[in-house]
Design a protein around this ligand. Structure first.
Ligand code: GDP
Length: 451
């Protein structure tokens, strides 16, 4: 990481100004070699200088050069920014000269990666930089800037601190049971502390889920065996004949999509191919796609036929959706009830028939209820802002649940301690206290060049 990197930080095209950013221990020296004006190696930090970029005797452009010396810079390294005239030819030429003097072309996000690796920003802040750049709405911008300002990281850090203190008192108890000044940590004393941490985590997760729903909508999929009425339900929800409704099993082979708006939130619905033992290859692809869609969905509408007993495939579908937010729809409610309802262990069950729209409004109401769409509004912009962060928070939350269960069941304290430590680690992953090389490479490669 000791080499000096350079890249164009502005969009390459016709524009008033372009900025070429250089970072690393040789950055001042490198730019100084092609700069005609003050000797940049002798100027104060955080100053800006007027002059020319030259190639030997030839003047390439009239520029302003900012010199920022380590450590108070974005990357915590010496940084030089050349503000030249915009336009492809000039910008590329200036960059080329800088590279000729020994800088290396930066990879996507490498400046931000250095900022992270040098400890200037944490992972949430780094990801927020990316989110800010790609923000297209005012609310996304607000969330991103909260992240960059460190508010989100502070919440996570505080939670980790609380956990650390708890761990320390448990350790004292385990290692020095005779130490009288230490508070004796019993399961009963840990319990309220864990509940408090869980509640705080829950608050930020809820805010984050709301954010996700407000900006991305609810990813909904309709699953069920062929012919139970999935396409008909989708049609009724969409109020149009988008999916082809037919009697031949397996007609809806590929997915059909549509979207409706419920209380300002978009419900993006996908009707899947019937999940069943696939006989031909086209259908098999459709079935596999359905199963992977279940994993990614925010909501599953699982359709069953009121007029038939549950089949092996129905049981399989019921099983694959059991950990997801699911509404079980018993369709064809106009026909005789043959379905064995007592076998369905789901909380949210509603009855519909698509002939006279019976139950479709109930289905919409149920969705509104499940996602709190009547009260959904962004109150607080301090929230986790991507899937990586949210899923780590979810993991931490679920381990906290295990800790509570362990306490309830009077599991020995050193066992409980192991789980508490895992929560501390998971939260650490959110802000990048622990990370893998692959994660960092993958994450920063999504950044644009020059950032
Ligand atoms: P899919 O394969 O699950 O998408 O099912 P379809 O929506 O294509 O419906 C299969 C058949 O069931 C069609 O002939 C529909 O007209 C019929 N159907 C759908 N919903 C109902 C319903 O509520 N009651 C009755 N009686 N028939 C329905």
């Amino acid at each position: 990481m000791n080499d000096t990197i350079a890249a164009i930080s502005t969009t390459l095209g016709v524009g008033a100004i372009s900025i070429i950013r250089v970072s690393g221990s040789n950055s001042i020296e490198i730019v100084n070699k092609i700069f005609k004006g003050k000797d940049l190696t002798k100027v104060d930090t955080h100053t800006i200088h007027y002059g020319y970029i030259v190639n030997k005797e030839e003047v390439i452009d009239e520029v302003l050069v900012s010199v920022m010396k380590a450590p108070k810079t974005f990357t915590m390294e010496d940084v030089v920014e050349v503000n030249c005239h915009g336009g492809i030819a000039t910008t590329n030429k200036v960059l080329e000269l800088i590279l000729n003097q020994g800088a290396r072309l930066a990879t996507g996000g490498e400046f931000t990666k250095r900022a992270f690796l040098n400890g200037r920003i944490d992972l949430v802040e780094a990801e927020s930089v990316m989110n800010l750049i790609s923000s297209k709405s005012e609310s996304n911008r607000k969330v991103a800037i909260q992240g960059i300002s460190g508010y989100v990281s502070k919440i996570i850090r505080n939670l980790r601190q609380e956990i650390l203190e708890l761990l320390a008192s448990i350790e004292v108890n385990i290692d020095y049971p005779e130490y009288e000044d230490a508070e004796v940590m019993t399961n009963n004393k840990i319990k309220p502390k864990i509940s408090k941490i869980k509640l705080k985590l829950e608050k930020i997760m809820k805010e984050s889920e709301n954010r996700k729903i407000l900006s991305n909508g609810i990813k909904t999929i309709i699953v069920g065996r062929p012919n139970v009425g999935k396409s008909s339900i989708l049609n009724k929800l969409l109020d149009e004949e988008r999916a082809i409704v037919t009697d031949v099993e397996g007609t809806t082979r590929d997915t059909v999509e549509g979207s409706i708006t419920l209380n300002g939130v978009s419900l993006n619905i996908i009707d899947t191919a019937g999940i069943r033992e696939a006989k031909d290859i086209v259908e098999k692809i459709g079935v596999e796609k359905s199963l992977s869609l279940i994993e990614e969905a925010d909501l599953i509408i699982l359709v069953l036929n009121n007029n038939e007993k549950l089949t092996t495939e129905d049981y399989k579908i019921l099983e694959s959706c059991k950990n997801k937010k699911t509404i079980v729809v018993i369709n064809k409610n106009d026909l005789e009830r043959k379905i064995n309802l007592n076998e369905i262990k789901y909380k949210n069950i509603i009855y519909t028939n698509t002939i006279d729209l019976n139950g479709i409004e109930t289905l919409k109401d149920k969705i509104m209820e499940l996602f709190n769409l009547n009260q959904l509004e962004q109150k607080d912009y301090t929230c986790l802002n991507n899937i990586r962060q949210i899923s780590l928070a979810k993991e931490a939350y679920s381990i906290l649940g295990e800790v509570e269960k362990g306490i309830q069941e009077k599991v020995p304290i050193d066992m409980v301690e192991i789980d508490i430590k895992r929560v501390w680690e998971k939260l650490g992953e959110i802000i990048g206290e622990t990370y893998t090389e692959e994660l960092i490479d993958q994450l920063f490669s999504q950044f644009c060049l020059g950032k």
